[in-house]
Design a protein around this ligand. Structure first.
Ligand SMILES: [Fe+2]
Length: 510
């Protein structure tokens, strides 16, 4: 009897197990995973580039999501079998779901492969890779700006410029983009950007800068796009997320401070103080500041009130904090200044010419002041030189030019600097070598004609002595606690702006 009951129970159990298995299999098979497809993936600096990376991506429907990261040595043996998994968070954004994960505990100086997606449903985006900073003080990065396209064709043309940059600098580990990735901040534009640039973004770590076209509340209320599209460790205490992100990081022996110039209108005391604190706290050999709006430019926006205010606030901060190089965007033309301090050229700069990497290179030696560079646009929307640029822009400029195509009556290109622009910067211990290039446009009448990369500028700095130590400041960055100073900033800014405009009117610049 006992055996009969046992047998019956076993049979029921077996049937139940089979049914469960069938139901589970049927449900897994029946799940439509098309809404879990990974789109617009990015790999960005997040905190320390030696040990961490930020990932962001979108899916049409919400799902469980992770980032998987594996060293190249393991990947070549067993793919992602031994990958480390980092759980992602997700949120609804503009009709899609945005996922974010941070990889931590990485080994410096190592190539990693990564994939982003759903572990549960085995749905993944394209496999990407990145190289963690080895901290040895020698590295190369690519700088581009203002792709600002609104259709795939123009994103594709800009991606050819990125391709030229990677061909010129195959050793580059990092790409910095000075903002205005897209024009109107629609899902379609970001998808087109990602489709065109994915090949390069999936191999390089990106340090993005917020432009006015992707997060400025005064520009079509494009709120939250920048902060959602990229996973960045925003500076504490500042208003990150609505119209851009402030952040900073060390790479090799350089410190990068990334501003959100969409926030320069209010000029809050908190953000001024954060910039000063951040730059004075760093004892890195090189300090690089990245902004979207440009303090020095001979482009169309230089005389506008937002830029006038930016210059009044920022130039003084740059001078006091010993910044070597400021990289900016926004004006879609090429410009690089001489060594500049106090809004004037450092006339006593000494130069030496020597061979570096087989190339005769002229270095500014222990120069005072800062170089401001504007690597035009990698895109197709290019502006001319603004002949009415306020003083002392032209006095401070070393090289400036439109990168717009200019043709003669026969249709021949007459501008030697015409094309999509990129810059490459190598830091090698105590040397910084900066070069800028243009890639000639596709010849629409002769599409098989090869596009040509032309160097349009070069500059280098060499430091044979340590920079003077600047005092580490700890100014308050609490927006509410510094509101009285912020109001004072406004009160000072308005008459100052009026005086600047009267001067421009008298000088015939308006
Ligand atoms: Fe812009």
């Amino acid at each position: 009897m006992k055996n009969t009951v046992k047998k019956s129970l076993s049979a029921v159990l077996a049937v139940l197990m089979l049914m469960t298995c069938f139901v589970f299999t049927a449900s897994a098979e029946n799940v439509d995973v098309s809404g879990y497809q990974v789109e617009r993936q990015s790999c960005t600096v997040y905190g320390d580039p030696k040990t961490q990376r930020g990932f962001s991506w979108f899916t049409p429907d919400d799902c469980e999501s992770v980032a998987q990261v594996v060293k190249i040595s393991d990947y070549l043996v067993s793919g992602f079998d031994n990958a480390v998994t980092f759980e992602a968070t997700s949120k609804s954004f503009q009709g899609y779901y945005n996922h974010k994960a941070v990889a931590t505990g990485l080994k410096k100086g190592t190539t990693y492969y990564y994939r982003l997606g759903s572990l549960e449903y085995d749905v993944w985006g394209e496999t990407g890779s990145f190289f963690t900073d080895n901290g040895d003080g020698k590295f190369t990065f690519i700088a581009i700006a203002d792709v600002q396209a609104s259709n795939y064709d123009n994103f594709y043309k800009a991606s050819l410029v990125m391709n030229a940059a990677v061909e010129t600098y195959p050793e580059a580990e990092l790409v910095v983009n000075m903002g205005d990735f897209v024009n109107d901040c629609t899902n379609e534009e970001w998808q087109d950007y990602s489709k065109a640039f994915g090949k390069y973004n999936n191999k390089l770590t990106l340090a993005p800068v917020a432009g006015n076209h992707e997060g400025n509340i005064t520009n079509k209320f494009n709120v939250g796009w920048f902060d959602t599209t990229f996973n960045l460790q925003g500076a504490e205490g500042l208003l990150n997320g609505t119209n851009g992100t402030f952040y900073s990081f060390d790479y090799g022996n350089a410190h990068f401070c990334v501003l959100n110039t969409n926030d320069m209108y209010p000029m809050t005391e908190a953000q001024r103080n954060w910039i000063i604190n951040d730059l004075t706290a760093s004892d890195a050999q090189w300090k690089i500041l990245m902004t979207h709006r440009a303090p020095y430019s001979a482009g169309k926006n230089i005389n506008k009130p937002d830029t006038v205010l930016l210059r009044e606030v920022l130039i003084d901060i740059v001078d006091k904090t010993d910044v070597d190089l400021v990289l900016s965007g926004h004006d879609h033309m090429y410009m690089r200044t001489k060594q500049v301090k106090g809004d004037a050229v450092c006339e006593d700069t000494k130069f030496v010419t020597e061979v570096y990497n087989g190339v005769e290179t002229t270095f500014a030696v222990n120069p005072d002041g800062t170089i401001y560079a504007l690597p035009s646009t990698a895109g197709t929307k290019r502006y001319g030189v603004n002949d009415s640029a306020m003083d002392p822009i032209f006095d401070c400029a070393d090289v400036y030019s439109t990168t717009r195509s200019e043709k003669d009556e026969e249709g021949n290109e007459t501008n030697p600097n015409a094309g999509g622009c990129f810059a490459g910067i190598t830091i090698d211990g105590n040397k910084l070598i900066y070069n800028a290039y243009v890639l000639s446009d596709i010849d629409e009448e002769n599409p098989d004609k090869e596009q040509v990369i032309t160097e349009i500028d070069s500059y280098a700095i060499k430091k044979t002595q340590k920079s003077e130590n600047i005092e580490d400041t700890h100014l308050p960055t609490d927006p509410l606690g510094t509101i009285d100073k912020t109001i004072a900033n406004f009160i000072v800014a308005i008459p100052s702006l009026i005086v600047t405009y009267i001067k421009m009117l008298i000088g015939g610049l308006l």
